[in-house]
Ligand binder design. Structure first.
Ligand SMILES: Nc1ncnc2c1ncn2[C@@H]1O[C@H](COP(=O)(O)OP(=O)(O)OP(=O)(O)O)[C@@H](O)[C@H]1O
Length: 306
C-alpha cells in the first residue's frame, strides 16, 4: 500500500519539524518508500491529503496533533463525497493535546505508530459532517474526526490556541479552562435531535462526540465508539468555574456523567440554534466558527489504520 505522510512541522511545539530527519529515517526503515509533504498553515493538510489521494496513495497519515488529523480527514472528501473509498487514514501522533489517540489508547511512541502503519489492519471509521457559520459569517462545511463542541469549550480552545502550548497539553488546557470559564456566559440553545421536537437547553458546553476525549484528556464521552454509527452527545448545563476547579477530577475520569448538570444522548444528526448570543464552535481543537450548525454522522465513511 502506497503511503503518504502529511507532516505538520509545527506540531508538538515545533519538535516534529526539528526532528524530521530522524523521524523520516525511522519511518523509511519500517515502511520502505513513502511520500510526504510539509503543511504550511491552515487547511494545507487537507490540500496535501487530497492531492496524495488523487496521486494514487492509499494510506494517508497525519503526522501531527488533532488539528492535523482533522484537516487530513477533510482531505478524504471532495464536494462532500469520499474521493477514494479504498484510501485509509493513519495517525502518527505528534500533538500537544492528543485527544484522538487517547480513545484508542495509543501512546506517543514512534515505534507503536509505525507498527500500526506497517500492518494491513483497518476498521470502519465514522466521520462527522458539520455545517456551520464560519468566522467571516459565511455558511461553511467541515468534517470532523473526534469531537465538535460548542459553548465554553470553544472559548477555552481559543484561549489555548492563542497562548503558548509550551506548558504542555494538560496545563495549557487547565489554564485555558479557567480563563474560558471566567469569560463565558451560559447560553440558551435550541437543539433538534434526529429531526424530533426542538428543545431549549442551557449550555455550558455541548460535545458531539465520535471519539471520547477533548480538552487534552477530559473524558467527555466515555462510551463513544468511532464505528457504531452514532454520535454520543454530552450536554453540560449550568456549570461554573467552581465546579471545574473543585471537581475537575470527575471531568478527567468520566464521573461527570453522574452529576446533576450532565445529560447524555445518542443520535445521527443534531441541529443547534443560538437564542441568547454568539455560541462558538470547537472542532477537533480548532475554532472555525459559530452556531447555527447541523452535525450529521457519516457511518463508516472512511477506514482507519488501527
Ligand atoms: N507550517 C505551519 N505553520 C504554522 N501553523 C501550521 C503549519 N502547518 C499547520 N499549521 C496549523 O497547526 C494547527 C494544527 O496543529 P496540530 O493540532 O497538528 O498540533 P498541536 O497543536 O501540537 O496538537 P494538538 O492539537 O493535539 O494539541 C492547525 O491550526 C494548522 O493550520
Amino acid at each position: 500500500m502506497k503511503t503518504f505522510l502529511v507532516v505538520n512541522p509545527r506540531s508538538a511545539n515545533g519538535q516534529t519539524g526539528k526532528r524530521w530527519v530522524e523521524i523520516s529515517a525511522q519511518v523509511g526503515k519500517v515502511l520502505g518508500d513513502f511520500g510526504y509533504g510539509f503543511t504550511s498553515g491552515g487547511m494545507d493538510a487537507a490540500r496535501l491529503a487530497r492531492q496524495a489521494i488523487d496521486d494514487g496513495y492509499e494510506c494517508i497519515v497525519a503526522v501531527g496533533g488533532d488539528g492535523t488529523l482533522n484537516e487530513v480527514t477533510n482531505g478524504f472528501f471532495r464536494e462532500g463525497q469520499v474521493i477514494n473509498p479504498r484510501a485509509t487514514l493513519g495517525l502518527l501522533p505528534r500533538g500537544t493535546g492528543g485527544d484522538f489517540r487517547r480513545t484508542f489508547g495509543w501512546d506517543l511512541e514512534l515505534t507503536s505508530a509505525l507498527e500500526r502503519l506497517r500492518t494491513e489492519k483497518t476498521e470502519p471509521f465514522d466521520v462527522g459532517r458539520l455545517e456551520f457559520t464560519d468566522n467571516d459569517g459565511n455558511p461553511a462545511t467541515r468534517f470532523f474526526a473526534n469531537i465538535a463542541s460548542f459553548g465554553v469549550s470553544a472559548v477555552v480552545a481559543r484561549e489555548v490556541n492563542q497562548g503558548s502550548k509550551a506548558l504542555g497539553g494538560n496545563l495549557s488546557f487547565m489554564w485555558g479552562t479557567v480563563k474560558g470559564l471566567i469569560k463565558y456566559q451560559e447560553q440558551q440553545v435550541r437543539l433538534t435531535v434526529d429531526g424530533g421536537e426542538p428543545e431549549v437547553v442551557s449550555v455550558t458546553a455541548v460535545a458531539v462526540a465520535n471519539g471520547r476525549y477533548f480538552g487534552s484528556g477530559m473524558f467527555v464521552a466515555p462510551e463513544a465508539v468511532t464505528h457504531d454509527g452514532l454520535f454520543d452527545v454530552t450536554i453540560w448545563s449550568n456549570y461554573g468555574l467552581s465546579d471545574f476547579v473543585l471537581k475537575s477530577k470527575g471531568v478527567y475520569n468520566g464521573d461527570h456523567v453522574t452529576w446533576k448538570g450532565t445529560r447524555r444522548l445518542r443520535c445521527r444528526t443534531i441541529h443547534a440554534e443560538p437564542l441568547t448570543g454568539d455560541v462558538f464552535l470547537d472542532v477537533d481543537g480548532e475554532t472555525p466558527g459559530r452556531l447555527p450548525c447541523t452535525m450529521t454522522l457519516l457511518p463508516g465513511a472512511i477506514r482507519l489504520k488501527v
